[in-house]
Design a protein around this ligand. Sequence first.
Ligand code: AHR
Length: 541
Amino acid sequence: MLRRDFAKTAVMAGGALVLGRRLGSQSAADSRIEIALDEPIATIAPEIYGHFTENLGGVIYDGVWVGENSPVPNVGGIRRALVEKLRAIHAPVIRWPGGCFADSYDWRDGVGPRDKRPRRTNFWVGSAEQHHLGNGPQAFDPNQFGTDEFVHFCRLAGAEPYFAANLRSLPALQFDRWVEYCNSPAGSTAAADLRAASGSPQPYDVRYWGVGNESWGCGGNFTPEEYAAEYRRFTSWVPDYGVGLKLIASGPSSDDVDWTTRFFDNILGSRPITAPFGWSVHNYTFGKDALKFDANEAYATFKKAFSTEKIIVDNWAALGVYDTKRRVKLVVDEYGDWYNGGNNLGSEVSPADIFGQQITMRDAIVTAFTLDIFNRHADKVALGACAQLINCINALFLAHGDQFTVTPNYHVFDLYAAHQGGQAVRAEFSAPTLNLMDTGGKPAPASFWGLNGSASRRGATLTLTVVNPHLTEARDTEVAIRGARPTAATARVLTGPDIHAHNTFAAPDAVTPRAATAVVSSGAVRFTFPAASVTQLTVAL
Ligand code: AHR
């Protein structure tokens, strides 16, 4: 049970003084948001809104790739409905082929004529879920979707490709060769000729390259020092081909700052090498059941997911000791709610889709406040990738054969797309704090914020995204803006009849954003954020 406990925070008192103005004539709101346009944080990198597609379960085969001869509408084998939706949300970047799969993948298996490509055992066949896999492409990889198909997919979606290179089971030379295949000029190398034979004489100009994945775990079980030695070998003198490679090193599991410190002590300490562009960070919430959960479990999921903010702050501090010029940015390239302990994953999930699960409003709330965290730390986070895009973990889409639906997470990305490239500005939220009661009626030590979000400015338009995590109470809120006067405001709200609300193949619009009225009066905006909701407010200044 959630108990309401109004806590007027120091932030609220301080913010009210700073702004020096209160809404006078209306009845008192129970919450307040204060936006300081004169306190910019940084430009929000569009890449924060990126995605992740691993060759795992139903992500690639059935999800992205249906094949050219499929009755499912497709563009050169890629699911058409998926690329249309990705274009609509301005998907900026997509990561592939893993995840753990990446460190078992030989890029050479996925190039050249498709009918000549070898079939291989998928990394995930060894997982505890393998009994679901049967002998389908999820277990025995036909390699029909390789480098060329992935780049084609990215281009159709309007996104940049982000490759994750194999550091555990291929030599460093094969990293050079994969970069050469993608980026060497037309006619210059055997790899470029091979690429041309597949229809692409011009280079793909791939900038983003992950150097291993979770190298502390499935990516090699390395110590930070061992991984640093591999990283040195893999990244020294990789030809750039004028592309401006952005290399991303494999960072810690959640908040293991020791991994961060020891890696950077090695590569930027007494024998420094070129700093990577990005430091990859992963954070999942592990829960039991995607559809069957009570208020306490929903609240516990929120609490766990919010640790992403601390992970960002902690790793940023650890990085700053070595990277005093702040060249290295954080890349949160796997995050999301993951329910791997229960059976109630939803009827949309095919048995072969390991780690497939339904997505409810609980997950939309987590995805939304995670994107808000990225926006608030736009000076630190350069790229994000929601895990994963389709049919797996925190998906934006579910698909099976010709059946397809967006999930509430898709709508979150739609509502938040307006932040891409905007100037993040400081926003302070003051609302009744949520306190969790245990079933015996005693307050648990846990509490959670009552309203949170992020704000960005683009010219005369302010975008404010807000999450109300309270499962039953709306928040009547005044939004004060320092540095400009609001002239009009519109709202789009994502919520459902209940926190368990989700979309199905039969009812794909059960959870979809609706327009709502925001009132501008006395120089401020007034809006009521419904219970368990995600809102986009667009304010004309
Ligand atoms: O996203 C599923 C898996 O989670 C990825 O393969 C791995 O990187 C992480 O542990």
